[in-house]
Ligand binder design. Structure first.
Ligand code: PEP
Ligand code: MG
Length: 566
């Protein structure tokens, strides 16, 4: 038995698929003149097969316009370009290198030419050209590229890491579970797994298993068995049945309010990454969207979405919410959410670097497109806007000034928007939590982002499985920052919610209720479990639990105590 860290609940039993991220490296092997013709034939075959493959995928897309369809069409155009074929052949003849290397070099050269162009659209094509180069070279080297967006059968995916964009485009019908070496409970891949309700474990090396082997796993305990015997399969099947029963029980609470035994209500909201996910509000019985992570609509495209495209996305989310509030967070790029066309530089410490509001304030045109789109969507429902990674009052003031500038422009242009649109900030940098009173007079709400608040307070990278045991939202230092933020919010009449993963942890609910948290926002799948916990508790009990927790001196003791109370 192997054990990792369970990050998304659920039991899976099925076949493993070991996924190699698509990095194909040149071999640098020199060939002799007699091999030139063979290598050129190999180039032609790689190009033809890649075209066939892309055409097949295109045919499976149907006729509707979609981001995926656009991307494949662009890739096909590149693969069909005769200039690419000529350049690769030339490399084989002149530099005497093998077909795969020649294709990588040829696509690299063309990509570099595009990168040097003035027009952003052409610069953005460079990433597509390199992607096609990888496909072509893989064909020439005879390496099979597994494409997670098109799987033929249900599998449990094992990988060193899955990027958020790979996770977002995954063929979710066929992914039974995810197992990665890297990542943690709050890495964006784990968060997406929860949203998609796919069991997931991190901290397990992919070489523990070979593709095709049978595997059973538990996304809560992190247990993983390769080639389970019949007794072990029976155990996992029993757990699966219990999991399903429990899920059914809490799902029956859908139409009931999140109210404590003594009648105190709290708001439960959902975190989403794509506009259509807002519909889950009604499926799980939530009060609205507490966090719309808009960066995912930027990640799915080859270039930044225009104001119009964004307006359409936000309006869709608002319509799906059907009158319920939607908190739209402005772009939180960077950290582990890379967006190629934003040219975020390679950094030593990306989570401490050029990220979120820092990028937006540095690129005001990009920021204003988004602000205008959000404002325009506010004419269609209850929209609120939230700035991520605010670390200084000057950043908040500059963001508010840009928002006002956009409002003035829209008024002149005759576009409708909500003049009373509420504005809030994520409280996720310790300096802000510790000095919440500086920020409170300028906003209508706070949303505590425990995922980042923990990593910055504890100096523990949220994506590093090796030090995952040091990362805990129950750390007494973290809890004091949360308490201070909530206390200040109450004092200033600022609404206070939480949208980090802690809010979706049912064991933490009594503590958060006792601290006075007003809104809990989480992946839709967690709503029934948290609601169940809140409905089984009085505020008096919650206050007592909180008092006890605040006297405790370690995250381990607090976790144990709260889980025992569950
Ligand atoms: C957080 O940091 O807690 C949060 C909700 O934001 P994200 O996970 O998107 O960084
Ligand atoms: Mg964050």
């Amino acid at each position: 038995m192997n054990r990792g860290v369970g990050v998304s609940r659920g039991i899976a039993i099925g076949k493993a698929l070991v996924y190699q991220s698509r990095v194909i490296k040149p071999t640098h092997r020199m060939i002799t003149v007699t091999e030139v013709d063979d290598e050129k034939t190999r180039i032609l075959r790689a190009v033809t097969r890649t075209q066939e493959y892309l055409n097949q995928i295109l045919a499976r897309q149907g006729d509707e316009e979609s981001v995926a369809r656009d991307l494949i069409e662009v890739q096909l155009e590149i693969a069909e370009d005769p200039a690419l074929l000529n350049k690769a052949n030339e490399y084989v003849e002149v530099s005497l290198i093998e077909a795969g290397d020649a294709l990588l070099r040829a696509t690299d050269d063309i990509a570099a030419q595009f990168e040097s162009l003035e027009v952003a659209y052409y610069r953005d094509r460079a990433a597509d050209i390199r992607d096609v180069g990888t496909r072509l070279a893989a064909q020439a080297f005879g390496v099979e590229l597994v494409d997670l967006s098109h799987l033929n059968e249900p599998v449990i995916v094992f990988a060193e890491d899955i990027t958020p964009s790979e996770a977002a485009t995954m063929d979710t019908r066929n992914v039974l579970a995810l197992v990665t070496e890297l990542g943690s409970e709050t890495s964006h891949t784990a968060i997406l797994s929860k949203t998609l309700q796919i069991p997931a474990i991190v901290g397990v090396r992919p070489d523990r298993v070979r593709s095709g082997q049978n595997v059973a796993l538990d996304g809560v305990t992190g247990e993983l068995v390769v080639e389970p015997n019949p007794d072990e399969i029976a155990i996992f099947e029993q757990r699966q049945a219990r999991f399903n029963e429990d899920r059914e029980r809490v799902q029956n609470l859908r139409g009931l309010p999140a109210v404590s035994l003594d009648g105190v209500s709290v708001e439960l909201a959902i975190n989403i990454a794509h506009p259509h996910e807002a519909a889950a509000i009604h499926e799980v019985g939530a009060g609205g969207v507490g966090l719309f992570r808009t960066e995912f609509i930027f990640m799915d495209l080859p270039k930044a979405p225009t104001e119009e495209e964004q307006f359409y996305s936000y309006k869709t989310a608002v319509e799906q919410a059907d009158g319920k509030p939607v908190i739209i967070r402005t772009l939180d790029a960077g950290g582990d959410k890379g967006i190629p066309y934003l040219a975020i530089p390679e950094e030593q410490n990306p989570f401490l670097g050029y990220r979120a509001i820092r990028v937006c304030l540095d690129k005001p045109d990009l920021f204003k497109d988004q602000l205008r789109a959000i404002l325009r969507a506010s004419a269609f429902g209850d929209v609120r806007i939230m700035f991520p990674m605010i670390g200084a009052l000057s950043q908040l003031k500059r963001s508010l000034a840009l928002l006002e500038e956009c409002k003035s422009q829209l008024r002149v242009e005759g576009h409708a928007f909500d003049e009373d649109l509420k504005v809030g900030i994520m409280v996720e940098i310790p300096a802000v939590a510790a000095a919440a009173e500086i920020f409170a007079p300028h906003v209508q709400f706070f949303s505590i982002g425990t995922n980042d608040l923990c990593q910055y307070t504890l100096a523990v990278d949220r994506t590093n499985a090796k030090i995952a045991d040091l990362y805990s939202h129950y750390n007494p230092g973290v809890l004091r920052l949360i308490k201070h933020t909530i206390d200040v919010a109450k004092q200033y009449g600022v609404k206070v919610g939480m949208c980090g993963e802690m809010a979706g942890n049912a064991s933490a609910a009594p503590l958060l209720m006792g601290l006075g948290l007003e809104e809990f926002s989480m992946s839709p799948a967690s709503i029934p479990y948290v609601k169940d916990k809140i409905r089984g508790l009085s505020m008096e009990q919650a206050a007592r639990i909180t008092e006890t927790v605040l006297k405790m001196d370690s995250a381990t003791a607090i976790k144990e105590y709260l889980e025992k109370k569950s």
